[in-house]
Design a binder for this molecule. Structure first.
Ligand SMILES: *Cc1c(COP(=O)(O)O)cnc(C)c1O
Length: 436
């Protein structure tokens, strides 16, 4: 507690509203240091805020007067000053879907498009912006992470921007776009021969001995708060209203539970009206420990060995899995899984109907949306928001061979005309059924 008071008086230009780290299980409170596990019960630690103070100072107007980035919500984020890493992360488009909605028979579908988030085209830029801003405040000079790909990209890029040393860990078998997407920022990149869960175990050992700031290990309580901005922005972009139903992908389950925390905080401080929102989660069949626990009504996760093209979601032993199950249960949502072929179809469906090229995680989300609609688990008149969390240019391997081919021609008009005629004939054959 003394530490919390210190943060408030240290800063002249800004006030901090975060008070302590609090155990999600037993409620024990800790100083605001780099730590993610309760010393008493080993439960995960979460950031605690002074909601009374927030209610008195934060209004829709003060938020709208802030920067056009996640930092317009700074009072709800665990950093003590305005000296944050702000490269324009967040405030990505919330797109009203017409063509995908019509295809699925939905009337009020929205797409939160983090495929175009800054700077590295995934939602991870949100969590890393917060984690590295806090890491600097805590005095770290080297930052690190255990990643399924996007997190390494974001940590490397934002560390470069902030002038921090960076060493990131990934499974060795990631897509080329994810590997180059880290290497370009010149971090030390450790490609571990093993899956994410093995990478994560190794990183926990390194974190204990090297004194580095691991964004998703010892800085995890701060990092995970960044995902709340996916809730805040949707509420603000819907005109300060909450949706009826959200569908989001699940790897560790953190993002899913933090969208909920964001909605609850806005209700708590009076920025939006109270409303119950259904939470539905999406996993790939080849790594679906959370979906399996949900379906079997279990209150524990059985770890699995991942085998799916959705590598960004391939966490076999998800840290927040059980909280994700509880959230779907208590809000009347669902957690579904889809196979690799359905994921590819999901990527193509979103591209062809909305002009958004998402990676495998987004394909998973779209495919699960479709499955839930077909099972009658989404009401056509509900305001439904799907979260598209990453960009398809990073996972091109996944759709190679499923997207047709260019028509190679000579630089001559007659060559073009012959090719055009051929393609129209092919189109006619393909669409004959539809056109008749
Ligand atoms: C990491 C990641 C997720 C899931 O994040 P969790 O918070 O671990 O559940 C979803 N989509 C993409 C593209 C990701 O990179």
């Amino acid at each position: 507690m003394t530490q919390a008071i210190k943060t408030q008086t240290q800063t002249q230009s800004s006030t901090a509203y975060f008070q302590a780290l609090k155990c999600k299980e037993c409620g024990a409170e800790y100083e605001l240091k780099a730590s993610n596990v309760c010393e008493l019960c080993f439960g995960p630690l979460e950031v605690k805020y002074d909601y009374n103070a927030l209610r008195l100072t934060v209004t829709r107007e003060t938020i709208q007067a802030g920067p056009n980035s996640i930092w317009r919500y700074r009072p709800f984020l665990p950093v003590a000053t305005d000296n944050v890493i702000d490269v324009g992360t967040g405030m990505t488009p919330l797109v009203r879907s017409h063509r995908l909605a019509r295809r699925l028979g939905l009337n009020k579908l929205y797409i939160k498009n983090d495929a175009v988030n800054m700077p590295t085209l995934s939602f991870k830029d949100r969590v890393v912006s917060v984690a590295l801003s806090r890491a600097r405040e805590l005095g770290f000079t080297t930052v690190s992470c255990a990643s399924t790909g996007n997190l390494a990209n974001s940590t490397a890029a934002l560390a470069a921007h902030a002038g921090l040393d960076c060493c990131v860990f990934i499974p060795a078998d990631l897509e080329a776009g994810k590997i180059i997407g880290s290497l370009i920022y010149s971090p030390t990149l450790m490609a571990v021969k093993g899956n994410y869960d093995q990478v994560n175990r190794l990183c926990s050992e390194v974190a204990n001995t090297y004194g580095w700031g691991f964004v998703n290990i010892n800085l995890r309580p701060y990092y995970s708060e960044g995902s709340k901005t996916l809730g805040f922005e949707v509420a603000e972009q819907l005109g300060w209203e909450l949706p009826d139903h959200v569908v989001a992908p699940l790897a560790s389950g953190s993002l899913f539970t933090k969208i909920y925390k964001g909605f609850q905080e806005f209700i708590e401080v009076g920025l939006v009206e109270n409303k119950s929102v259904r939470f539905s989660g999406a996993q790939a069949e080849g790594c679906s420990p959370i979906a399996q626990a949900f379906k079997e009504g279990r209150d524990f996760i059985k770890p699995v060995k991942p085998n799916t093209i959705a590598k960004s979601l391939a966490i076999g032993n998800p840290a927040d899995g059980i909280y994700a199950v509880e959230l779907a249960q208590k809000t009347g949502g669902n957690i579904e899984s889809v196979n690799d072929a359905e994921i590819i179809d999901g990527i193509k469906l979103l591209a062809e109907t909305e002009g958004i090229f998402t990676e495998t995680a987004g394909g998973t989300t779209v495919a699960v949306l479709k499955k839930l609609v077909e099972a009658g688990k989404i009401d056509p008149d509900e305001t439904t928001v799907i979260y598209i969390t990453g960009n398809g240019l990073k996972t091109q391997e996944a759709i190679q061979g499923y997207v047709g081919e260019p028509l190679t021609i000579d630089a001559k008009l007659d060559s073009f005309e012959r090719a055009l005629e051929r393609s129209r004939t092919l189109d006619r054959l393909e669409w004959q059924q539809v056109l008749v």
